[in-house]
Design a protein around this ligand. Structure first.
Ligand SMILES: [Zn+2]
Length: 381
């Protein structure tokens, strides 16, 4: 097979194959062909990646990109380009009642691959803005398992899982009921659940103890209340350890109110690292403190995780969380999705949702992207 695109001489990092070395990556059509030394070929488009990082296509596991269809959404291609992401997982912005519009008007025309979780609420996250804020799970009339099943089965080729938001703000007096309905549907559909928990009720124990292997607890390093750790002495709650042992996936989902350095430091001190790092980009987090996915990843470098670990949390582990082993790795025959990044040196201030700041001397920036074999320069190269 002939290569038609070769990324030359970048620092290739792929935790799947334990690779971290100066190498070339060859692409044929929309597939990875090879990773190795001196793969150069006269007939292929050559991109000089010297001085840049070449990593599997970044996946942001928690985004809201139903732009224009719901007030929470941001433009998917804009968000993807700012972070050299090749896949955005939409965290249940659309429900069964407005999924078709999401598909036709946003998912299909977008350059970036969008894999949606379907919201248990018929209307999706329909009223999330500075001026109007209504929890989509607070009205039981919006919850209908038949409608959910019908749309999820119709679009099983693209729907990655079911999303539910519970807590004082998202489910109000419905409490944990929407989660129980969503879990029942997940059993029927054989799909993972992504669960958001804000402030009680319900409480952490009731929610976390019900998550199954492969389900995703997003906002996993949130501040008090319903934090995973007792902040006064750094003691991680037993149900959190038990969930990890069971195979629940701990996803960051930074957002405007769901990621605090204080919680994160307490977790990391016990060696409890997130499985996946995601932005939870939406209308109220895009202008800070989130901005985009690379800033989110850079915060974890500043908090002491290694570059390889951070890459793993936004590539292979994110792909595995949505059962897409063809994504998130630079392995022959996998999808030719590649992110080209620069690790810039300078002075950076990163804020969390409590306005705590950490200073850092490095930040990841987008340089280029290969999506399904097509290279696009972003900046830098
Ligand atoms: Zn979200």
């Amino acid at each position: 097979m002939q290569a038609n695109l070769i990324l030359c001489g970048g620092r290739v990092i792929d935790p799947v194959t334990d690779t971290d070395a100066i190498l070339d990556v060859a692409v044929s059509g929309n597939r990875i062909l090879a990773v190795g030394e001196n793969l150069r070929s006269q007939n292929a488009e050559m991109v000089d990646c010297q001085g840049f990082l070449v990593v599997p296509g970044l996946i942001d596991l928690h985004t809201h990109v139903y732009w224009g269809g719901t007030s929470i959404g941001v433009d998917p291609d804009e968000h993807a380009d700012k972070s050299a992401c090749t896949t955005l997982v939409d965290a249940g912005t659309a429900g069964p009642g407005n999924f078709q519009g999401f598909l036709r008007h946003v998912i299909e025309p977008a350059r970036v691959r969008i894999l949606p979780f379907l919201n248990i609420s018929f209307a999706g996250i329909f009223a999330f803005s500075e001026k109007v804020m209504v929890g989509e799970c607070s009205n039981p009339e919006l919850l209908n398992s038949h409608a959910l099943l019908e749309i999820a089965e119709q679009h099983s080729d693209i729907i990655a899982g079911i999303k539910v938001r519970v807590g004082r703000y998202a489910s109000g007096t419905s409490g944990i009921q929407p989660m129980l309905m969503a879990l029942d549907a997940c059993e029927e559909l054989d799909l993972p659940l992504m669960c958001h928990l804000d402030e009680p009720p319900p409480d952490r124990l009731a929610v976390v103890s019900r998550l199954r292997a492969g389900d995703i607890l997003t906002h996993c390093f949130k501040p008090f209340p319903n934090a995973p750790v007792r902040l006064r002495d750094g003691e991680i709650y037993r149900e959190i350890y038990e969930a990890r042992t069971r195979g629940v996936i701990f996803d960051i989902g930074h957002g405007a109110g769901s990621f605090s350095y204080r919680t994160c430091r307490a977790m990391l001190e016990h060696g409890f690292k997130p499985d996946t790092i995601s932005s939870d980009i939406h209308c109220l987090s895009v202008n800070g403190p989130v901005f985009e996915q690379l800033t989110t990843l850079s915060k974890f470098l500043a908090l002491g995780m290694s570059l390889n670990e951070v890459v793993d949390c936004s590539t292979r582990k994110a792909a595995d969380a949505i059962n897409r082993p063809d994504l998130g790795r630079l392995v022959p025959d996998c999808e030719a999705d590649i992110s080209i990044l620069s690790l810039e040196q300078g002075n950076y201030s990163f804020f969390d949702v409590d306005n705590e700041v950490i200073e850092s001397d490095q930040c990841l920036r987008p340089a280029g992207v290969v999506k399904a074999g097509n290279y696009r320069r972003l900046t830098g190269i």
